[in-house]
Design a protein around this ligand. Structure first.
Ligand code: MG
Length: 296
């Protein structure tokens, strides 16, 4: 079978992103909570990939020529699960059983979940795995592209840069990385813990083609990802300037958005904010956030 991309209108992308965000918030209202902030910041990237850019078919999850997505920042599993359910890989009702005993929807993704390509979450491993997928495609003559999303704090892992060097040496222009540049990691601001700036210049110095976009702007994210590779023979990295917790104003841009178990009132407040944004037909804006950049 020949996989094709499924062109999607911008309105539909906004609707999908809104649905995914609501599902993430619902999961975090379960007693065990979940990794809210880094899932919400990645919503527009996941939406653009799964609903427009990637050549995938939920009915044929093992098609050898499908595009590959790896969530290197595997702790954002609920963002991936909600996207896969929204895309039709499995029934969305299963999301209500996240992290329950016996559920395949665990805190980090495993291949028991339809659509998940590799178990991830040991930070720094995703780029090397992605390099392997991309190299295999080149060697076998497959048109597949490989996409990998990593956190900005994850750039502090040395193994990221081993893969970055290797991908350039192997001229893997079928490899696209996305850095979720939300400015925060588990315990605070990346620049206070171990600076990663200048993010774009670091990747460029390793030989990657680099673009930066406001990461909550699904149109800009889609345009960038759909047009990769940006330089022949070079792997591409999109620096998505996002807001951790985007869409939920009382946690957006705050370190405590990292892991959240909403109480009943907080859950209602969060859903209300998402509903207002959806009614206004807009993505999360900077005014929704206490901090975090969303500009180029
Ligand atoms: Mg981060």
């Amino acid at each position: 079978m020949t996989l094709t991309t499924d062109p999607t209108t911008l309105d539909e992308l906004h609707t999908r992103a809104s649905n995914i965000r609501r599902r993430i918030v619902d999961i975090c209202a379960n007693p065990q909570g979940g990794h809210l902030g880094g899932s919400l910041s990645l919503v527009e990237v996941l939406t653009a990939l799964y609903f427009d850019v990637m050549r995938v078919d939920p009915a044929l999850p093992a098609d050898p020529d499908r595009d590959i997505f790896l969530l290197s920042k595997g702790h954002a599993a609920i963002g991936l699960y909600c996207t896969l359910a929204e895309r039709g890989y499995f029934d969305a009702e299963e999301l209500a059983h996240y992290a329950e005993t016996g559920s395949r929807l665990m805190g980090h993704p495993t291949r028991d979940v339809p659509g998940v390509e590799m178990p991830t979450g040991s930070l720094g491993h995703g780029p090397a795995l992605a390099l392997g997928f991309a190299l295999a495609a080149k060697l076998s003559g497959s048109p597949r592209k490989t996409y990998v999303a990593l956190g900005d704090g994850e750039m502090q892992e040395g193994s990221v840069w081993e893969a970055a060097m290797g991908a350039v040496g192997l001229r893997l222009d079928n490899l696209v990385a996305v850095v979720d540049r939300n400015g925060l990691q588990l315990t605070g601001d990346t620049e206070e813990i171990c600076p990663v700036e200048p993010v774009a210049a670091r990747w460029r110095s390793f030989g990657w083609a680099v673009r930066e976009v406001p990461g909550q702007d699904v149109a800009r994210v889609r345009e960038a990802l759909a047009s990769a590779p940006w330089e022949p023979g070079c792997p591409s990295v999109l620096v998505a300037r996002t807001t951790k917790g985007a869409g939920v104003p009382f946690v957006a841009g705050k370190p405590n958005s990292h892991y959240v178990a909403f109480g009943e009132r907080q859950h209602a407040r969060a859903l209300s904010a998402l509903r207002r944004a959806a009614e206004q037909g807009r993505a999360p804006r900077r005014t929704d956030a206490a901090g975090g950049g969303a500009d180029d």
